[in-house]
Design a protein around this ligand. Structure first.
Ligand code: AMP
Length: 180
């Protein structure tokens, strides 16, 4: 039986003022912990890409790994981790991106993607789009083509999904929430 979108939204726990005042933290662990909810979220993220050739899912640490592995299995393709700086064991390529305060770096193995491979980006949530934009850049620098990006949650007021769409990236989210 299909799980309704309203039921999926209800499975996301909202924690006000975490990790700092003014932020509504959208906690997906409650969705992941529900068998029907997790399955339905994975299906809805994978569906738009079922009829397109995808060589690998690139999941962004850490919640993007949980989703990305399941989506890769569903699409019948490989999985590539995009990690925070210093975590990958082999030679890496790094990409800096701006946070609200300061900068961060994501890394990918330099040989993770072969020239022209078609990559789907996966993360739990898109807010300003800074993280996903860095993932787009690092995948392109490694020789990959972007098939699209899939998220459980979009916070449209923060403009991240629009930013990706403006860059020609097909962007899908299971649900959206108002505010930050
Ligand atoms: P951004 O780079 O601004 O699009 O932020 C996306 C990343 O930050 C994702 O990896 C999310 O897990 C995390 N994130 C940003 N805002 C929230 C929020 N309100 N609730 C939960 N996670 C968030």
């Amino acid at each position: 039986m299909e799980v309704k979108l309203s039921d999926l939204k209800d499975l996301v726990r909202t924690i006000p003022d975490y990790p700092k005042p003014g932020i509504m933290f959208r906690d997906v662990t409650t969705l992941f912990g529900d068998a029907q909810g997790f399955k339905a979220a994975i299906a809805r993220m994978a569906d738009p890409f079922l009829m397109q050739p995808v060589d690998a899912v690139a999941g962004i640490e850490a919640r993007g790994f949980i989703l990305g592995g399941a989506i890769a299995d569903r699409l019948g393709c490989g999985f590539i981790p995009i990690r925070k700086k210093g975590k990958l064991p082999w030679k890496t390529i790094g990409q800096e991106y701006t946070l609200e305060y300061g900068v961060d770096i994501i890394e990918i193995h330099e040989d993770a993607i072969k020239d022209g491979e078609r990559i789907l980006i996966v993360d739990d949530l898109i807010a300003t789009g800074g993280t996903a934009e860095a993932a787009v850049k690092i995948i392109k620098r490694t020789g990959g083509q972007i098939v699209g990006a899939a998220f459980v949650i979009d916070l449209p007021e923060l403009g991240g999904s629009q930013l990706l769409i403006q860059q020609g990236v097909e962007c899908h989210s299971v649900m959206a929430f108002d505010g930050h």
